[in-house]
Ligand binder design. Structure first.
Ligand SMILES: Cc1ncc(COP(=O)(O)O)c(C=O)c1O
Length: 425
């Protein structure tokens, strides 16, 4: 389907065929959903053995009674699990409650109101505080910034991660910049793994930025590869040590998409100085995390390869769904200009770009045909995709058959919207 080269007659013929296909789909009254970036019940069931695993024994290796208050840093075993996920020393990892998003909001609030390096370092001392947001990205990150009152500026993403020339330029030119979001492995939503060069350049930002600059390194999909040959991520902790910028990066992760999404354990890894200031504030918010749940996780992942073996089981469930999406996209758009995407090798999403101006139309057509997609614009700050082209596809919850069905509809909607746009031009 080469829309540029097609005659008006040809476009009209395609439009008629696609309208007919679309009406047939609509008549089926489908009820499919590609919006939910969460584990399926089958994936959650992989962790059911956590239930009852403590069998009345609530003490950790240090003899701590995990039922009681205390231990702001989390129990040692959970911190070791976080260290394995994040790739930082356990002594610099805190294990918290069930949500890394909560930790990110707390860390950003502390940095904004109280400072992560004494009161003078608080971002609200500046006239304006701005975060760099690689786009497309995770809507809840933008929500945290908006909620706290932090301005957002975007940089593009490519197959290697954020456009680092743009990031460095912004930092040099705009003194209001206090930080940057990063989802470095199987990014939400593009599925991209940051290249070694990008990781090294991010680690060096602390040397050119405002002293209070912090990268929020959200490694939510650190171990969520779909196959053994998925790209690895360079270790930012190590890179920061080499660059002398340990204070400039806060790392987050959780077991939300490893065990139970609502009952996982979240982690924060940071320099001694950052952790110390963060904990001063955290101590006003809680007497300590849910250590019983932490202990359940420690017991569940006891053994050298337990985590890797567990993630292989997740991959076996998710892989066919991703393959279905990618096969449909390749078959429909592999040889034309109608869409672009990254072949995600892990994570929870595939990000698709229509021709400029069509994302909202495609989402609306799909919705009318019984396939729910994440609202267009959600992957950009303030819900504004300037190109109106990005659509996030989340295939983990539906069955493989449902993904297959939904993708047929998606493809039809993209083609229909594209042909109509070409006809109107
Ligand atoms: C990039 C990213 N970070 C964080 C989260 C939420 O993590 P948690 O459940 O630990 O709060 C998600 C969930 O979709 C995510 O995609």
């Amino acid at each position: 389907m080469d829309l540029q080269a097609a005659s008006k007659d040809q476009l009209q013929q395609w439009a008629q065929q696609l309208e007919a296909e679309y009406e047939t789909i609509k008549a089926q009254k489908l009820g499919l959903d590609l919006t939910r970036g969460k584990p399926s019940a089958e994936q959650l069931s992989l962790s059911n053995a956590m239930d009852g695993i403590l069998d009345g024994n609530y003490s950790d290796d240090a003899g701590t009674d995990c039922r009681n208050y205390g231990g702001l840093d989390g129990i040692a075993g959970a911190r070791a699990l976080g260290a394995e996920l994040i790739g930082a020393p356990a002594s610099n990892v805190m294990a918290g409650g069930n949500s890394s998003l909560t930790l990110m909001h707390q860390a950003m609030s502390v940095a904004y109101h109280y400072g992560l390096n004494g009161p003078e370092s608080a971002w609200n001392k500046q006239e304006k505080a701005t975060f760099i947001c690689p786009v497309p990205g995770y809507d809840r990150h933008y929500g945290v910034c908006e909620h706290i009152g932090i301005n957002m500026v975007t940089v593009g993403m490519d197959a290697n991660g954020p456009d680092m020339d743009a990031v460095e330029k912004l930092i040099k030119e705009d003194s209001s910049i206090v930080g940057m979001w990063a989802v470095p492995r199987f990014s939400n939503p593009t599925g991209v793994v940051y290249s070694d060069d990008v990781v090294a350049r991010i680690a060096k930002l602390g040397n050119i930025a405002n002293a209070n600059f912090r990268v929020f390194w959200d490694n939510a999909y650190a171990v969520h590869a779909l196959s053994d040959d998925a790209p690895q991520l360079a270790n930012i902790w190590q890179a920061c040590k080499e660059a002398g910028t340990e204070d400039s990066v806060l790392q987050f992760a959780s077991t939300s998409k490893i065990t139970f999404a609502g009952s996982g354990v979240a982690f924060l890894a940071a320099s001694d100085a950052n952790l110390s200031d963060f904990k001063k504030s955290l101590g006003f918010m809680t007497i300590g995390p849910d250590k019983v749940n932490q202990l359940r996780h420690v017991k569940f992942f006891a053994g050298d390869h337990a985590l890797a073996e567990h993630m292989n089981k997740h991959a076996a469930i998710i892989r066919p769904r991703f393959e279905s999406v990618l096969n449909h996209l390749q078959a429909a758009f592999g040889n034309n200009e109608l869409g672009q995407w990254e072949s995600a090798q892990g994570g929870y999403f595939i990000s698709f770009d229509t021709q400029p101006g069509l994302a909202k139309e495609v989402v609306s057509l799909a919705s009318e045909a019984g396939v729910k997609l994440t609202p267009a614009g959600a992957t950009f700050p303030y819900g504004q995709d300037p190109q109106n082209s990005n659509i996030r596809i989340a295939p983990t919850v539906p069955t493989v058959e449902q993904v297959d069905e939904a993708m047929k509809v998606f493809v039809c909607c993209v083609k229909l919207a594209s042909v109509k746009q070409a006809l109107a031009a």
